[in-house]
Design a binder for this molecule. Structure first.
Ligand code: PGA
Length: 247
């Protein structure tokens, strides 16, 4: 299967930057074997639809509300994202869990909202540094996974993507080693298999760059990467996508 490379722009970027990114990816199109997805801020959806139309690159958002519509000022729904042509949404990124107080239960509701609208949720899981230091990584990951598995039918699990993002590795330049990430990915796949779930792809996120992507993707249970900071440099991100496909 082609590795999946997802760009997470967070609250960054501009229309000119989106144009440059699409151009940089277009110029190296023949060298990119990975599947590329852009998770963008909502104001750029319309331009993404226009620029990425029939490019082979798909795009999505970074969050949706769990309901389709209503009096929720400032929110966007999965219905709106789908109508704009988006195909994906990040769900439960650690920044939203921290700054928007998203609980495991709310994350699970948003996963259902994505599935209901035909969007692929990219569900983010990850432990804090203290959890890892106290040997609680698996406990935390299991709790986050369980909340999702308790609402999604086993046969539907294949319609999700998970992203293991250790919080201590996000934006710090200190990525997990391929072996550390592999151990968690393997655990997650094992857990889902034991519960009879069809296993989804699992991405690794946290300080991924052009230089370390191949080592991570060489691991048997790492199916792709979720890229924050390094997706803001068009040429650098295009190089990362090229390297990602050379496994
Ligand atoms: P980073 O962010 O690549 O800048 O570490 C990853 C993420 O938060 O998805």
């Amino acid at each position: 299967m082609r590795p999946l490379v997802v760009a997470n722009w967070k609250m960054n970027g501009s229309e000119p930057m989106l144009r440059s990114l699409v151009q940089a990816l277009g110029e190296r199109q023949n060298e990119i074997a990975a599947e590329v997805v852009l998770a963008l801020p909502a104001p750029f959806f319309s331009l993404a639809r226009a620029l990425l139309h029939s490019s082979g690159i798909t795009w999505g958002g970074q969050n949706i509300h769990s309901l389709k519509e209503g009096a929720f000022t400032g929110e966007i729904s999965g219905k709106m994202l789908t109508e704009m042509g988006g195909r994906w949404s990040l769900i439960g990124h650690s920044e939203r869990r921290a700054f928007a107080a998203e609980t495991d239960e709310l994350v699970a509701d948003k996963v259902l909202a994505c599935l209901d609208m035909g969007l692929t949720p990219i569900v983010c899981l990850g432990e804090h540094l203290e959890d890892r230091e106290q040997g609680k990584t698996i406990q935390v990951i299991d709790r986050q996974l369980q909340a999702v598995m308790s609402v999604v039918r086993p046969e539907e699990m294949k319609n999700l993507v998970f992203a293991y993002e250790p919080i201590w590795a996000i934006g710090t330049g200190q990525e997990a080693t391929p072996e550390m990430a592999q151990a968690v990915h393997h655990h997650l796949k094992d857990k889902m298999a034991t519960k009879g779930s069809n296993c989804p792809s699992i991405l690794y996120g946290g300080s991924v760059k052009a230089e370390n992507v191949s080592g991570l993707l060489a691991m048997p249970d790492i199916d792709g990467v979720l890229v924050g900071g390094a997706s803001l440099d068009p040429e650098g991100f295009a190089a990362l996508c090229v390297n990602a496909g050379q496994g």
